[in-house]
Design a protein around this ligand. Structure first.
Ligand SMILES: *Cc1c(COP(=O)(O)O)cnc(C)c1O
Length: 513
């Protein structure tokens, strides 16, 4: 008789294996594999003389070996644990988890695009460069900006790129030593102050107004000859359009500073409003948010940065240039004001293909329609939940995401975190929680335009049912959630602060977490 598998502790309920039908337990490869077995038969090599100068391995490599079906099942089971937009509504505010159209995938897999190598001779990749040029043209048109850096590989990387251009521009004016402050509103995404700090700026916080927006008066108050830039998200992370944006941009420019716009929320306004028209000097565009390329575990990000005329000379290399008919990549910064290079090569080509496929499939009018539908979806959710959940800045129209706080949970014994965990049991990835920091116990819901009305209605009905149960005193349902997930509540703080990145036989086990 076999004992229960070792990774099943007494808390795992009910079944001998710990499996729950198709939801199967999956230990680490190292825990199920045997180092003395492999999935392939390799013949012993004949005697040979090593030519590695004594660097050759003398002991066993220690990798777990499994048969082919065991190895395959391991990865298939793991893949089924992936919470993804392909599996369900993923209302993660500020992240724009929209459908990744399969047409994009099909084009990205075309041989001529998928098999490119970044070191191929330029003459052999003219089509790829033309694709990049076309994408650049779309992004510049949608934003009304002058120049673009395609190479940054994520939103945060794009922030770094845009702020490096700003830092270079400030230095070129001889003010590098004196302009060393960046203004950032309270509601900002954490990457904004992190970017500023990484570049040696100090951060001055701009307080938000009671309605969740930033007032021009507050920006003017914070401006001074020491300010290099304002980093502002618009629409902001409360899901609200900054109404005084033009006055804010003018004040920033009058003070000799630059306006960095965090463009992560571009999905609310793409095709409808152009950041260049409201005075932006630099903005990153998350292709993996607004332009439907895969996100998170689904694929690498891409964060092209658009720049105003004032910052264009400082754009990083490489950039595209027409030389007669041919396209060339300008690779060297010498003799220009370019601040240098963000990455070894030219950016995430596969994401460029997907984003351009999305843009061409939609057309300019389709992009605008998608933005309007995203705003409509968020307002539909808002209007359908406002009588049961509370909004921190009053009941008003939002952009593409709707912000609730936890005032409505007062006295129920249920926290924002508990509520989010109960959503997991219902099969939903939770919305963004505890961000932005300006709302107490924030819940930021972004449904995107790609959800059908039926899908939104089920989501709304689920949240209404949960809200009712919380208010009726069924706190246990929440504090014990998730009950049906493969893992319950893990210590996220410890995981972030003391990550265990390498398995060893002594590694603490995840079992029972
Ligand atoms: C997602 C996001 C970022 C960072 O983008 P990444 O691609 O995740 O690096 C920055 N700011 C805001 C407001 C965001 O939502």
């Amino acid at each position: 008789m076999l004992d229960r598998p070792a990774h099943i502790d007494d808390e795992t309920p009910d079944t001998f294996t710990g499996n729950r039908a198709l939801d199967q337990e999956e230990p680490l490869l190292f825990e199920i594999g045997r180092t003395d077995a492999t999935g392939v038969d390799v013949e012993e090599p004949p005697q040979f003389a090593a030519r590695l100068g004594g660097m050759e391995r003398k002991d066993q490599i220690g990798l777990p070996g499994l048969s082919e079906p065991e190895a395959m099942r391991h990865y298939v089971r793991l893949s089924r644990k992936n919470c993804s937009i392909d599996a369900g509504l993923y209302p993660l505010g500020s992240c724009t988890m929209k459908h990744n159209p399969r047409a994009n995938e099909k084009l990205a897999r075309l041989e001529g695009l998928a098999d490119l190598h970044p070191l191929q001779p330029i003459s052999s990749v003219q089509g790829a460069l033309e694709l990049m040029e076309t994408l650049a043209h779309w992004l510049l048109t949608l934003t009304n900006m002058q120049a673009i850096a395609l190479s940054p590989k994520a939103g945060a990387h794009g922030e770094l790129c845009g702020m490096m251009a700003i830092k270079s521009a400030v230095a070129a004016r001889g003010e590098g030593a004196t302009r060393n402050v960046v203004l950032i509103p309270q509601s900002a995404h954490g990457t904004n102050p992190a970017t500023a700090a990484l570049l040696g700026f100090s951060v001055r916080v701009v307080p938000g107004a009671d309605d969740g927006t930033v007032r021009a008066a507050a920006v003017k108050e914070a401006l001074g000859p020491d300010v290099a830039a304002l980093m502002l998200t618009n629409p902001n992370t409360c899901g609200l359009f900054e109404r005084e944006i033009i006055e804010i941009a003018d004040a920033v420019h009058e003070a000799g500073a630059y306006f960095y716009c965090d463009g992560a929320n571009f999905n609310a306004i793409a095709g409808v409003a152009r950041p260049g028209d409201f005075g932006v000097d630099a903005m990153h565009i998350n292709l993996h948010k607004t332009f439907s390329t895969p996100h998170g575990g689904g694929g690498p990000g891409a964060g092209p940065v658009v720049l105003s005329e004032r910052l264009a000379p400082f754009a990083p290399v490489p950039f595209l240039r027409r030389n007669g008919e041919a396209l060339e990549l300008v690779e060297h910064a010498e003799g220009t004001q370019s601040f240098g290079r963000m990455t070894a090569f030219h950016g995430q080509m596969g994401m460029f293909v997907r984003a351009l496929a999305y843009l061409l499939a939609h057309g300019g009018d389709g992009v605008a329609q998608a933005s309007k539908d995203a705003v409509l979806s968020a307002n539909y959710v808002r209007a359908s939940l406002r009588d049961v959940m509370s909004q921190p800045f009053g009941d008003r129209l939002c952009m593409h995401e709707v912000l609730f706080d936890d005032a409505w949970l007062k006295g129920t014994g249920v926290s924002t975190l508990d509520f989010a965990k109960a959503m997991i049991d219902e099969g939903y990835h939770p919305m963004t929680i505890y961000f932005p920091l300006v709302a107490h116990g924030a819940m930021l819901i972004e449904p995107t335009e790609s959800e059908s009305k039926a899908s939104l209605d089920l989501f709304i009905a689920t949240l209404r049912d949960l809200a009712k149960r919380a208010k009726e005193g069924d706190a246990k349902r929440f504090t014990q959630a998730p009950r049906f997930a493969p893992r319950r509540r893990v210590d996220e703080t410890a995981a972030a602060r003391k990550p265990v990145l390498r398995w060893s036989a002594e590694s603490p086990s995840l079992r029972g977490a």
